[in-house]
Design a protein around this ligand. Structure first.
Ligand SMILES: Cc1cc2nc3c(=O)[nH]c(=O)nc-3n(C[C@H](O)[C@H](O)[C@H](O)COP(=O)(O)OP(=O)(O)OC[C@H]3O[C@@H](n4cnc5c(N)ncnc54)[C@H](O)[C@@H]3O)c2cc1C
Length: 400
């Protein structure tokens, strides 16, 4: 009741954000820090729950984004395992980390609240209010709220953008199924990526430790490239983990997670009149390995930086909001498009191809492998690699 009164008191909001994932929460913090009144509406009863992601990330990116060290677990070895081959990368200074997902998402919520944003849980946005082709607010199940700008941060469903006629929605998805296990004997320093038809047809499997004996074991499959159900492969991966040199004896699941991520290049339009899309809702993630958390945070921040001055000038037309999509394209467009091309290509590889391409991966140094995984696909590392290994250039072209 008190909470409802607080909301009523400040209506109409400058911005209403549908979805309290990393994108929505980061946009909320950025807008609130710039003096905008912001309301975030989340359909679930808890931020970051149920978990829909594995939390694999890059430590330097988390540091840049100000995510505290206690919220990620560093991993010093990555093994890339194909049916009959394996590339191993050792890091004296770890570069890959695995997030405490619920903790990290709630940390982003704390930042947004600290900056002045309001958050309302258990509230599903059903559709945008559209008047004269301009979005003026959102409809809830039993209510409606008006605002000056609506931000769609609802994830892969892009619920509001679709209804506002901005985007038809995605057709291709990574579909994942994962156990979060207590696995007291599992090596907490090592992460595995597993490819090939035995465990992950048209996708990959993962084993990601995240501290205190906990490990996320999952399988992701690209639909519709494959119609396989990742659940059917997950139990097999757990049961046969010993073949991969992973000790899951005595391990039991504590949580089961499922989720979808768009496996497409980001959409053409992020902005319409009175509405912006961010994060998975517009395909901001890298489809190379389905990594989207830090991209969602960047998108939320960049969108907030564009939307705040637009709100201050009382112009939230597409023309005023379009700099967000322009700067995204300029900064990340080429790498993300390359990532998507690679993803489409590798989704069709058979076991033999994976084994031969894994041989190529062995030529990369641990840092080069990390840069490639980070979707830094045009970085200086690649040219250095090409200069010293010209014979393998054709092989690299095969990936790209
Ligand atoms: C199986 C799997 C594994 C993944 N692994 C990784 C990984 O290891 N590393 C990584 O970086 N990324 C990973 N990702 C991708 C990453 O999770 C997403 O890219 C990222 O979470 C996108 O953030 P977002 O804020 O755009 O959307 P989301 O995190 O999906 O958040 C959207 C929010 O909106 C809410 N919502 C939806 N509809 C409504 C509505 N109508 N009204 C109100 N609220 C609504 C949802 O409940 C949710 O809280 C994975 C994804 C999947 C599916």
């Amino acid at each position: 009741m008190i909470f409802r009164l607080a909301i009523m008191d400040r209506m109409p909001f400058d911005a209403i954000i549908a979805g309290a994932g990393p994108a929505g929460l980061s946009a909320a913090a950025t807008l609130a820090e710039r003096g905008c009144s912001v309301l975030v509406l989340e359909q679930n009863h808890e931020i970051g729950s149920p978990i829909r992601t594995s939390g694999g990330t890059f430590i330097e990116e988390m540091q840049k984004l100000g995510i505290p060290e206690r919220l990620y677990h560093p991993v010093s070895r990555i093994r890339f395992v194909s049916p009959k081959n394996e590339a191993r990368f050792e890091y004296s200074i770890p570069r890959l980390g695995v997030l405490d997902v619920r903790g990290a998402f709630q940390f982003l919520a704390e930042k947004a609240i600290g900056a002045g944003a309001q958050i309302r849980l258990c509230t599903r946005v059903t559709q945008p209010i559209v008047e004269d082709d301009f979005v003026r607010g959102v409809k809830l199940q039993t209510d409606e709220l008006r605002c000056r700008l609506v931000i769609d941060a609802t994830g892969y469903r892009s619920a509001l953008l679709k209804q506002a006629g901005l985007d038809p929605g995605f057709q291709r998805f990574g579909v994942g199924s994962e156990y979060d296990m207590y696995a007291p004997r599992c090596d907490q320093d090592e992460a595995l990526l597993i490819v090939g038809s035995r465990f992950a047809p048209s996708g990959y499997g993962w084993i990601l430790p995240w501290g205190r004996g906990r490990v996320r074991v999952g399988v992701g499959v690209i639909h519709p490239d494959s119609r396989e159900n990742p659940d059917d492969y997950l139990d097999k991966l757990v049961a046969e983990s010993g073949r991969l040199g992973v000790d899951l004896k005595g391990a039991q699941p504590v949580e089961h997670h499922t989720g979808l991520i768009p496996s497409e290049r980001f959409v053409e339009k992020f902005a319409g009149d009175g509405i912006l899309g961010i994060g998975d809702a517009v395909g901001n993630a890298s489809s190379l390995v389905g990594e989207g958390i830090r991209w969602a945070i960047y998108a939320g921040r960049m969108a907030g930086e564009v939307a705040a001055p637009a709100l201050a000038k009382s112009d939230v037309s597409r023309r005023a909001l379009v700099p967000f999509e322009r700067s995204w394209r300029k900064k990340f467009g080429t790498d993300l498009s390359l990532a998507h091309n690679i993803n489409q290509r590798i989704a069709r590889w058979d076991d033999q191809k994976w084994d031969s391409r894994t041989e190529f991966l062995k030529l990369l140094s641990p840092d080069q492998f990390a840069e490639a995984m980070k979707t830094n696909l045009r970085g200086r590392w690649l040219w250095k690699f090409a200069a010293t290994r010209s014979r393998q250039l054709a092989e690299a072209a095969g990936w790209l």
